[in-house]
Design a protein. Structure first.
Length: 295
């Protein structure tokens, strides 16, 4: 033990070094020199309990019980409840369905039972679906008749939504929207739809007056109107007797009253009209007429 006057402390020599003792000395334990029972160090024991022994979880495993799901690696063959696996060499399916990607373009997996599936082509799958849909259609077909559908519509109209009655009644009084030239005619290319007046213009049929000598004591006959131009053959010609004054008969206008003559005609060619006439009695001399060629 050594006393130091400068520090007023007591020291001992430990492993070649001075070590303070007494008041102010370092009383902490030196690591590696701690003695006693490990379990008495509660915090240290708790930390150690949270770690596994160094022999567990190794790459090559060990022989302890793995039923708890922990520990080292377990060989696949050591597990229970394994499915039967096929082999590539013999294309054995085992508990699985073989399905080649090279030929799977039209393949479908179809359930054939609880937890069981079979491979079907597109055509086979369509047949299966059609059979199922046909059954559904046939079951529904016994009810979906035109009469039942009509009754359902009427019921919905009059019972489920009675307020629609007014709508249906109003629609019954309506017609399709008119479209000029489609479901309503136009006049000379002009639509008759819209407001206001539609002015239809056009000249009244034009008659051309002429006089004709029907000869002496005749009741019927024929004559030609020649020297014309621009006519179309076979057109019908309307000919009427007029009340124009006849100069050779003292400018008389009443010849149509005394000698009523009926006449008709047709276009012979571009320059000639032929007329056929008939009178109630004998006619003599000149009479006035007018003609119009049909359009």
């Amino acid at each position: 033990m050594i006393y130091c006057k400068d520090t007023d402390k007591l020291y001992v020599i430990d492993a070649g070094a001075f070590k303070l003792i007494g008041p102010g000395a370092d009383t902490s334990a030196i690591w590696g020199a701690v003695t006693g029972t490990l379990s008495s160090q509660a915090d240290l024991q708790t930390a150690l309990d949270g770690n596994a022994p160094s022999a567990q979880g190794g790459t090559n495993g060990n022989t302890h019980d793995h039923s708890g799901g922990d520990g080292a690696q377990i060989a696949y063959g050591g597990l229970s409840g394994l499915p039967t696996l096929g082999t590539i060499a013999d294309n054995a399916e085992g508990d699985f369905v073989a399905h080649s990607l090279a030929t799977a373009a039209n393949d479908f997996l179809v359930a054939s039972g609880v937890g069981a599936f079979v491979k079907k082509t597109l055509a086979q799958t369509v047949t299966i679906l059609r059979t199922s849909l046909d059954s559904i259609y046939q079951a529904a077909g016994s009810y979906l008749t035109s009469a039942n559908i009509e009754d359902a519509i009427v019921d919905a109209h009059t019972t489920i939504a009675p307020s629609n009655n007014a709508v249906f009644d109003a629609l019954a009084l309506k017609q399709a929207t008119l479209v000029s030239g489609t479901n309503i005619k136009s006049i000379n290319g002009s639509t008759v739809l819209g407001s206001g007046d539609l002015v239809v213009s056009g000249a009244a049929p034009a008659y051309t007056a002429f006089s004709k000598d029907l000869g002496t004591a005749q009741r019927s006959g024929t004559f030609d109107i020649a020297g014309l131009s621009g006519l179309t053959a076979e057109k019908v010609v309307s000919i009427v007797q007029t009340a124009e004054p006849i100069a050779s008969k003292g400018n008389a206008r009443d010849e149509s009253e005394m000698d009523l003559i009926r006449a008709t005609g047709y276009v012979v060619n571009a320059t000639t009209i032929r007329s056929y006439w008939q009178a109630a009695g004998v006619v003599v001399g000149n009479y006035n007429f007018a003609y119009q060629v049909s359009g």
